[in-house]
Design a protein around this ligand. Structure first.
Ligand SMILES: NC(=O)c1ccc[n+]([C@@H]2O[C@H](COP(=O)([O-])OP(=O)(O)OC[C@H]3O[C@@H](n4cnc5c(N)ncnc54)[C@H](OP(=O)(O)O)[C@@H]3O)[C@@H](O)[C@H]2O)c1
Length: 345
């Protein structure tokens, strides 16, 4: 099998390459593509050093499976032709996720959606994956009806450049920690700014991820993905979702606080039991013993960590919980490789 990674130099693409190696994906040849800026860059794979080429022209010729992670406009430009020519494309961008002809798949939750695919498969949004790895098994058991989430999203969710922007700003503000705000309100004009995040991200949290909904709903485009993708993946068209997405100065790992209301009665104990048996989920739920999920503990792991499971006051149908997962691994690269494994199997 010949596999290609498009966007191989990016935050997600680099993980795709390393995860293909870690999991000994049954491939005969790996081809790496990125923008013309990266032509000639070398990336290690199975003891060799592979050369990155610019994606364009007949890049997909001879490629059986392409894992693509180069942004929505690149996917829109490259994938329809590749899929029509017979390359199975597993796309990490948001370009095709809501297309009714394109399966949107988390292998642990809805592998059957792959049946009858037309060579184009979408990988869900990273925050949706981390949230649904916990909520999907609970939905199956208790019937999820209403969901409120607040996500604490790491800067790598905006790619390599997000990590660089945080590091640069931390460097500029280092040493000023005790002085910040000491003499009254901070002059925003004097704070470091960048091109990735709309406000200073170092020592701050920014309650806008992506951009405000152009339709004027008051949500951001990132927040709307949570509801749209959850309804599609869970097959729950009536699920009501209200999401808030916040960028936090964390390099890798998204944390999500969820209030979930179900059709049927549930309890924290029953939820822990369901989640303990769910593949890809690790329950860490003993706060007194220091066991609860944090993004830094989720970084580099395949499992999504879930804890702080509690009843929402006296409501026997409602639970609150916190999940944390590596946005670059299970939130992106690992999920895509797992889809490829299902197809290869
Ligand atoms: N980061 C996450 O947590 C996450 C999670 C889920 C989904 N995603 C999605 O995954 C995609 C990539 O995200 P990322 O975080 O890895 O971004 P990134 O670090 O900015 O990497 C982008 C990659 O795309 C390549 N690229 C850019 N323009 C290209 C072109 N014209 N032709 C071919 N390749 C091109 C870049 O190549 P150069 O290095 O040559 O510029 C780089 O390899 C995005 O659609 C994003 O929404 C990201």
């Amino acid at each position: 099998m010949r596999v290609a990674v498009v966007g191989a130099t990016g935050a997600v693409g680099r993980r795709m390459v390393s995860i293909l190696e870690e999991r000994e994906f049954p491939l005969d040849e790996l081809r790496l593509f990125a923008s013309p800026r990266s032509e000639g860059t070398r990336i290690p794979f199975r003891g060799e050093s592979l050369t990155v080429h610019a994606a364009g022209g007949r890049w997909h010729e001879g490629v059986d499976v392409a894992l693509t992670s180069a942004g929505g406009s690149v996917s829109r430009a490259l994938l329809p032709e590749a899929a029509a020519a017979g390359t199975v494309c597993i796309d990490n961008s948001s370009a095709f996720r809501m297309d009714p002809d394109v399966p949107l798949v988390i292998p642990e939750l809805n592998p059957d959606a792959l049946l009858g695919h037309r060579n184009l498969i979408a990988n869900p949004n990273c925050t949706a994956i981390v949230a649904l790895m916990a909520l999907g098994p609970l939905h199956r058991e208790f019937g999820l009806r209403f969901l409120i989430t607040s996500s604490y999203q790491s800067v790598s969710g905006a790619g390599q450049k997000g990590i660089r922007e945080l590091a640069e700003q931390l460097g500029k503000l280092h040493g000023q920690e005790e002085a910040l705000g000491l003499d009254g309100p901070v002059d925003a004009g004097g704070l470091p700014s960048g091109s990735v995040f709309p406000k200073t991200i170092a020592y701050n949290v920014v309650p806008i991820c992506e951009r405000p909904d152009p339709e004027g709903s008051g949500f951001t485009t990132e927040e709307l993905k949570m509801g749209n993708e959850a309804r599609k993946i869970l097959g729950a068209p009536d699920l009501v979702v209200a999401a808030t997405a916040v960028r936090v100065p964390v390099p890798v790992g998204h944390g999500i606080s969820a209030y979930a209301r179900f059709d049927r009665p549930t309890s924290p104990g029953a939820a822990r039991e369901v989640l303990a048996a769910a593949p890809g989920v690790r329950v860490l739920d003993d706060p007194e013993a220091g066991a609860y999920p944090t993004p830094i503990e989720a970084a580099g792991r395949d499992d999504v960590l879930v804890g702080r499971i509690r009843r929402a006051h006296d409501d026997e149908r409602a639970l609150m919980l916190f999940s944390a997962g590596d946005n670059l691994r299970k939130g992106a690269a690992l999920n895509a490789v797992q889809i490829a494994e299902l197809l290869a199997g």
